[in-house]
Design a protein around this ligand. Structure first.
Ligand code: PLP
Length: 225
């Protein structure tokens, strides 16, 4: 745990950029330390781990973000408390979130995850699929979700220019669909890009939300879970 790294990061990126502390596979004590230092936003990738954490820390004012691949049959477990689902990658998933949210009278904020990396393995919609989704009748009828922006993960590479190119492309796409599909909707404002290794480039390329794990908490432990 590196609380100094957290405060340094906070100062470096400034008030305009929200830090989401990615706590997956990190011990509870580290999360508690950061919460008690006044940090509100935490991101998790696994539904079961997130649900356990939310219960454990329910007496604290935490905004939980879901940032991993979300399976349809698990949506109902997070809808009661989730602050923002950052990883929506299909109309089908969006419709299920809407349905579960409707049952409990919530409106859930979501980001569309866009595939910008070279690796095929990463999830996300391409530009064409995103536009198709936004223009579909099904999407227009959803009342219990709200799209507040886009999320993307750059290629895992040391080639900084490649990473910059991908973030820049996403920013351009963000501006385009903001104009074409979210005119008059000020809530569409978030661009969630940047992790421990590439957040500086992301911020230079217009990120409003960075998702930081190892830089704050140290290396993850995949054994003890
Ligand atoms: C794990 C993860 C992060 C954090 O990665 P670090 O390199 O530890 O900062 C950010 N975003 C997503 C989607 C992740 O899965």
């Amino acid at each position: 745990m590196n609380i100094d790294a957290y405060f340094k990061l906070k100062e470096e990126v400034g008030e305009q950029v929200k830090i989401v502390a990615v706590s997956k596979k990190q011990p509870d004590e580290k999360i508690r330390t950061l919460i008690e230092a006044g940090h509100p936003d935490f991101g998790e990738n696994y539904v079961q781990e997130l649900v356990n954490r939310q219960e454990k820390f329910s007496s604290y004012p935490v905004n939980w973000h879901f940032i991993g691949h979300l399976q349809s049959n698990k949506v109902k477990f997070i809808v009661p408390f989730i602050h923002l689902i950052q990883s929506v990658d299909s109309l089908k998933l969006l419709m299920i979130i809407n349905k579960e949210a409707e049952k409990i009278n919530r409106v859930i904020d979501c980001l569309l995850q866009i595939h910008i990396a070279q690796e095929e393995t990463k999830f996300g919609l391409n530009e064409e699929e995103t536009i198709e989704l936004l223009e579909s009748q099904e999407f227009l009828s959803l009342k219990n979700i709200r799209i507040t922006g886009l999320m993307g993960m750059a290629s895992f590479t040391s080639q900084k220019e490649q990473v910059r190119k991908e973030f820049r492309m996403l920013r351009r796409f963000f501006e385009q669909i903001k104009k074409d599909y979210f005119a008059g909707k000020p809530e569409f404002k978030e661009l969630s890009t940047g992790m421990s290794d590439d957040y500086q480039i992301a911020v230079e390329e217009g990120s409003t939300m960075i998702r930081i794990g190892t830089l704050i908490f140290g290396a993850r432990n995949y054994q003890n879970h």
